[in-house]
Ligand binder design. Structure first.
Ligand code: C2E
Ligand code: CA
Ligand code: CA
Length: 530
């Protein structure tokens, strides 16, 4: 009994060809045996001889030809079937590929990436690896300006650049319109991830030439690590996203690791995003003004406009929080224009010797109408362009060179001056200072803060001041909080300073009072006999 079952099972498992051969043999052998037993051929021969009109040889010939034709037909049909099967298999493979891969770049998609990460979690046996989310920051603007075809070509070009970093330890995927996911591992420590992030940023730093246009991109990279930041693919991706959203865009490529507590602040960021456009519309975001002082005379020469927002539910929201969100959700151009007009109106009340400094974000600088908008605001309000200085970061300058160059040319020709903000933190390069007519360098406060403690910071500050002097450019040091810092900078030859030592950002109504107090203090100082 068991032998029969075994045979039946074997038959079921055998290939189609083997099964066909067995079936044919099972039918043809008994037929053949029966034909012999019944003397079928003898009977046929006798019959043929008896009935003259029946020709056996012709009958056999017809059978032979029919058999031959049947073989040719079967052979051709088999070939067709094989081709059909091949096509169907290819279509199936393509369908699987399409459901697991991104059609544009050919990279794995989110679904496949999650699978790969899950496989890694199962197989790694708690070995560390990292999940990174890389966003191309200015992609929306690229699409708005150049269209979707160029956007697609840019993404393909980005993928090609990323492929320079392929290795057995790296998996790239495209999981959103302008978002790539990366699995890196195994990793020994966070330094490996940081080092890889820096390599990613450097690889994508040079401009892309796509369909005849030169385009620079900045990227933001959020990182989570297995197992400390999450133990499932979804958790790791979410936390990498949280880390990414915590990085202010600021027109500069950045990376950051997930930290505990980030999730809480993320819900605040969501609330900011929800309330921002209403706040811009309702003029709730206003400029405050921080004095910029001549380090030799101690007199205020200008004020920097710094945006402030008080929301009844959120409390004070700092520009570091809402400016990047405004950049991302497209509100920055409108907000920037409103702040410019408010700040110019305030400056109209000040003595004409006092200048106004205004921060311009990278996204604003990419707007080809910026130059004319600034000039028309100045004209309508009646503020001289000579009193206005725009503060730009270096990364903003290089993010769309032709547009930036044209805007700056329009503005500087009319007397507006240009300062390079946060100097020393971006891709500092002498080329930018010479290429664009820069009037001022603002030394970043991170150098000023550590100046009296770290020798390297002192050297950087000294070198920047020397470099600027050589090029005939003035310098402002930011974040001066102590007299020691002020004296040190003044002795190095830095012309201007800004920081809590001189004054915190204040509302427009407080500026005239501040200037009056300063004038009085100076007069008092002069009247004290030496
Ligand atoms: P920033 O342009 O580098 O501005 C200087 C920041 O340093 C300001 O922060 C200022 O309040 C702070 N600060 C000034 N002196 C000191 C000091 O002595 N010590 C310390 N610790 N900090 C000091 P704030 O106002 O929070 O602005 C942060 C950044 O937000 C600004 O950096 C600027 O990049 C951006 N921002 C502010 N207002 C605007 C705006 O209207 N438009 C744009 N696009 N960006 C803005
Ligand atoms: Ca500034
Ligand atoms: Ca600054």
């Amino acid at each position: 009994m068991s032998r029969i079952r075994y045979t039946v099972n074997w038959f079921r498992c055998a290939s189609q060809a083997t099964r066909d051969a067995i079936v044919i043999a099972c039918i043809s052998v008994p037929l053949f045996v029966a034909a012999i037993e019944l003397d079928l051929f003898d009977k046929l021969s006798v019959y043929t001889r008896r009935y003259e009109h029946f020709e056996l040889d012709e009958f056999l010939l017809v059978l032979l030809v029919a058999g031959f034709l049947a073989i040719i037909y079967a052979w051709r049909r088999l070939r067709e079937l094989k081709a059909e099967i091949r096509q169907r298999r290819a279509a199936e493979a393509m369908a699987v590929k399409l459901t697991l891969h991104d059609a544009l770049t050919g990279l794995p998609n989110r679904h496949k990436f999650e699978r790969l990460v899950t496989d890694e979690i199962i197989s790694r046996d708690r070995q560390n690896f990292a999940v990174m989310l890389l966003r191309v920051d200015n992609f929306r603007q690229v699409i708005d300006r150049f269209g979707h075809a160029l956007g697609d070509s840019l993404l393909v070009a980005v993928t090609t650049r990323l492929s320079e970093l392929y290795s057995t330890e790296v998996v790239f995927a495209r999981i959103g319109p302008n978002e790539f996911a990366i699995k890196l591992g195994p990793i020994e420590d966070d330094e490996v991830v940081s080092e890889f992030s820096r390599r990613l940023i450097t690889t994508l730093a040079d401009p892309f030439v796509v369909l005849g246009c030169e385009i620079s991109i900045t990227v933001t990279i959020g990182i989570s690590r297995y197992p400390q930041d999450g133990t499932t693919a979804v958790q790791l991706l979410r936390r990498a996203d949280i880390a990414k959203r915590h990085l202010a865009t600021r027109g500069q490529s950045k990376y950051g690791l997930f930290e505990k507590g980030m999730e809480l602040t993320l819900s605040r960021m969501d609330s900011i995003e929800r309330r921002l456009s209403a706040a811009v519309e309702a003029d709730e975001i206003i400029p405050y003004f921080q004095p910029i002082v001549d380090l030799q005379t101690g007199r205020t020469v200008a004020f920097e406009s710094l945006a402030r927002w008080y929301d009844l539910q959120l409390g004070w929201v700092g520009p570091d929080q809402f400016i990047p969100i405004a950049e991302e959700c497209g509100q920055i151009v409108k907000l920037g224009d409103k702040l410019l007009r408010k700040a110019c109106l305030a400056a109209l009340e000040w003595p004409t010797s006092i200048g106004l400094s205004l921060n311009i974000s990278a996204v604003q600088l990419r707007d080809p109408t910026l130059g004319l908008n600034v000039l028309s605001a100045l004209g309508e309000i009646g503020l001289s362009p000579w009193r206005l200085e725009l503060e730009l970061t270096e990364t903003a300058l290089v993010s769309d060179v032709p547009v930036a160059r044209e805007t700056l040319e329009i503005l500087t020709q009319t007397g507006v001056s240009i300062a390079l903000d946060d100097f020393g933190t971006g891709h500092s390069s002498l080329r930018h200072i010479c290429d664009f007519s820069i009037h001022k360098l603002k030394i970043d406060q991170s150098f000023v803060r550590t100046m009296c403690k770290r020798h390297e910071s002192e050297q950087v500050v000294g070198a920047v001041i020397g470099l600027a002097r050589g090029l005939g450019i003035v310098t402002t040091a930011e974040g001066i909080e102590t007299k020691a810092q002020r004296n040190f900078l003044r002795d190095l030859g830095c012309q201007y300073g800004q920081g809590f030592l001189f004054g915190r950002p204040m509302p427009a109504q407080a500026v005239l009072g501040y200037l009056a107090d300063e004038a009085k203090a100076n007069a008092d100082a002069r009247s004290i006999p030496a």
